[in-house]
Design a protein around this ligand. Structure first.
Ligand code: DGY
Length: 319
């Protein structure tokens, strides 16, 4: 019997691709072009497993067309809103992901966004790089302190909890809204809010850390923003579709919100061009998990899932 075939839909870190090539008949994508659905089907034709990224939309229609021999689709991400997991299940295809691999890296980016937004990181960079810095003054580019302020965390999963841990060290008081209460977080002083509206009302800074779903789409809309304190800050490291861009942009423009730090955008890499005009928007290109160590870990976890399915062992991270 030949080696199992693993189709890797995007270019992955060298160590990850090397492991695929060592253990399998690897179908790689060295040009890193995002394949169309037809191309995905063509490349998957004789594959036993697919290692995908969030750029691949695994819809029910696509799952229908996958070959009968395909046993597992493992995504190089914790988020799996790009996969129709029920459709995979119905076809007997295991869907798997990489939870926990990027917790620390993403929480660090949330802190970078928080600081960048609160301390006017974008304006400061611009001033220095444009040669506009005239020297120290007591009133130049003043931001706001964290000590004593309230951080509202929407979604207290692994990443939300890692953000809380870091934010506590900055003197922020932690408030959270989550499907279930977390006694361990509350023992450390975090305040639970059963209703999101109540969390919004106390969030001097709001960090979005919940998964994207039809229920959370545009959860931060004009109504939600209206409930937040004047001059609040919004940080998003989760998914762009959870924010109503028009409402956020209007609030940032009007100064109703002080600033936003955003790593994710609906329709990325395209983003609402109005963000680019806002000095109080601190913007990053989806860097949450972008560290050398984290990306290797994600790849290895995604491969552990594939190995387990193809060897008939329990899958470490089924969705
Ligand atoms: C994830 O894991 O869902 C990230 O957003 C991908 O970097």
């Amino acid at each position: 019997m030949g080696r199992s075939i693993v189709f890797v839909t995007r270019k992955l870190p060298p160590a990850v691709e090397a492991r695929v090539a060592r253990d399998y008949d690897a179908r790689l994508n060295p040009d890193d072009r995002i394949y169309t659905p037809d191309e995905l089907i063509a490349h998957a034709a004789d594959a036993d497993a697919m290692l995908i990224c969030t750029s691949e939309k695994i819809t029910a229609a696509l799952v229908e067309r996958l070959p009968a021999r395909l046993k597992v689709i493992s995504t190089f991400s914790v988020g799996y809103e790009h996969m129709d997991v029920a459709a995979c299940r119905a076809r007997g295809i295991v869907a798997a992901n990489t939870p926990g691999a990027m917790t620390e890296a993403t929480a660090n980016i949330a802190m970078l966004l928080m600081l960048g937004a609160a301390r006017r990181g974008y304006e400061a960079q611009q001033m220095v790089r444009r040669g506009e810095w005239q020297g120290w003054t007591s009133t130049m580019l003043l931001g706001v302190d964290f000590v004593g302020k309230r951080l509202g965390i929407f979604g207290m999963g692994r990443i939300g909890r890692a953000v809380a841990e870091r934010a506590r060290a900055f003197g922020l008081q932690i408030h959270y809204h989550n499907r279930r209460r977390l006694p361990a977080a509350e023992e450390q002083g975090a305040v639970f809010h059963e209703h999101l509206d109540d969390l919004l009302a106390v969030s001097d800074i709001l960090s979005i850390n919940a998964p994207s779903s039809p229920e959370t789409r545009h959860i931060l809309n004009a109504d939600a923003i209206a409930r937040m304190p004047d001059g609040a800050i919004v940080v998003n490291t989760a998914r762009g579709d959870m924010v109503d861009d028009a409402a956020l942009i209007a609030a940032l423009k009007a100064g109703r919100l002080r600033a936003a730090g955003l790593d994710v955008f609906a329709g990325e890499p395209q983003l609402n061009p109005a963000y680019l005009e806002l000095p109080n928007a601190y913007l990053l290109p989806h860097l949450g998990s972008a560290t050398i160590e984290t990306r290797d870990r994600m790849g290895f976890m995604a491969l552990d899932n594939i190995d387990a399915v193809l060897q008939g062992r329990p899958v470490p991270h089924p969705i």
